[in-house]
Design a protein around this ligand. Structure first.
Ligand code: PHE
Length: 338
């Protein structure tokens, strides 16, 4: 028995681990019900009286050492676990941060602003809730004039409505500044239309206004040609078709050569080779006078385009509703263009 105790003492001395599981099986092996130390205590009953004292002491020593060893190792494994928990593994790949993207309408609006600011246009802002004067009357829409029906309006009160175009901002600019005026007004506008792939009850416009002495239709045409080439590429052609707006005379609608088939004819341009992108014209002298600008001294041109329309042509988007649904699978496609 003496030999057995000595062997066990050596085994216990040399045992080491940092695993909780290993330590537990060591405890069971030594101090469990059928553990080596426990069995020795059981055998102690049969030890000869003459050596009982010596063996008893050795056994006690064995038990204390075992218990001491177990509690020491337990402390060690626990503290090393703590350390592991706080240890940042710098070799792990980092978690990727998902970066948002600009909305395609913002990208295109910013591009339009950029193109016009390069030729001296400033940016003007105005309210989305507008009075009758700024949205209609000042722009030569007399009361009861059928032209008011061209733009189905959301009314808030009898003479207050959600603006139907950002021409209202230009009225405010004309009223409050002196020519030369060279400005564009980007913003959201509202029309009471049923929502479909091609129409929505709100959309975005950029309208432009240039007023000075001797501004001519040739200036308008040249400005729009410059815009079309910057926006859709140097080979782009434009054509102006006569049209009607109450606030411009003469008025025109502008087409560009189809950016998809370069004018050859495809299903986007319905075989014509041309797509319409904006309305324009020379500011009606009555509008200048309404805004206290002397129409005998000054003339000007104006134009207005839908940002959605330009974006759809630029990115081949075929449904207007995609712009307001905010499906991330759609928006993610514009990620690189921040
Ligand atoms: N305001 C017009 C519209 O919303 C567009 C336009 C602006 C036409 C300026 C001519 C000149 O339809």
């Amino acid at each position: 028995m003496r030999e057995k105790i000595k062997h066990l003492l050596i085994e216990i001395d040399s045992f080491t681990t940092n695993s909780v599981e290993e330590l537990e099986s060591f405890r069971i092996k030594m101090l469990g019900k059928k553990g080596e130390v426990t069995i020795l205590f059981d055998d102690f009953k049969g030890v000869e009286l003459s050596i009982k004292k010596e063996i008893g002491q050795l056994l006690n020593e064995l038990k204390t050492k075992t218990q001491q060893k177990i509690s020491d190792l337990k402390e060690l494994t626990e503290s090393s676990r703590e350390v592991n928990k706080n240890f940042a593994d710098l070799t792990l790949p980092s978690q990727s941060v998902s970066i948002g993207s600009r909305h395609p309408l913002s990208l295109v609006k910013n591009e339009i602003i950029d193109i016009f600011s390069r030729i001296g246009f400033t940016v003007s802002d105005g309210p989305e809730i507008e009075d009758d004067w700024h949205n209609f009357s000042a722009l030569n829409f007399p009361d009861e004039h059928p032209a008011r029906d061209m733009q189905d309006t959301f009314f808030i009160e009898e003479k207050i409505a959600l603006r139907t175009h950002t021409s209202s901002v230009q009225v405010r600019i004309m009223e409050n500044s002196k020519p030369p005026i060279r400005t564009i007004s980007p913003g959201r506008v509202y029309r009471n239309e049923a929502i479909s792939a091609r129409a929505h009850c709100f959309f975005h416009q950029v309208e432009g206004l240039y007023i000075d002495k001797n501004v001519s239709f040739a200036d308008l045409k040249q400005t729009l040609l410059y815009f079309a080439k910057e926006m859709f590429g140097a080979d782009t052609k434009i054509r102006l078709r006569p049209s009607y707006f109450p606030f411009t005379e003469p008025s025109a609608e502008m087409d560009i050569s189809c950016p998809f088939c370069s004018g050859k004819g495809c299903n986007i341009c319905k075989g014509s080779g041309w797509v319409e992108i904006l309305g324009c014209g020379m500011v009606d002298p009555a509008v200048l006078d309404n805004c206290k600008i002397d129409s005998k001294q000054y003339s000007g041109f104006a134009f207005g385009m839908g940002v959605e329309r330009i974006t759809m042509l630029k990115y081949q988007i075929n449904d207007l509703r995609l712009f307001s649904e905010n499906d991330v699978r759609f928006l993610n496609q514009f990620k690189t263009e921040i």
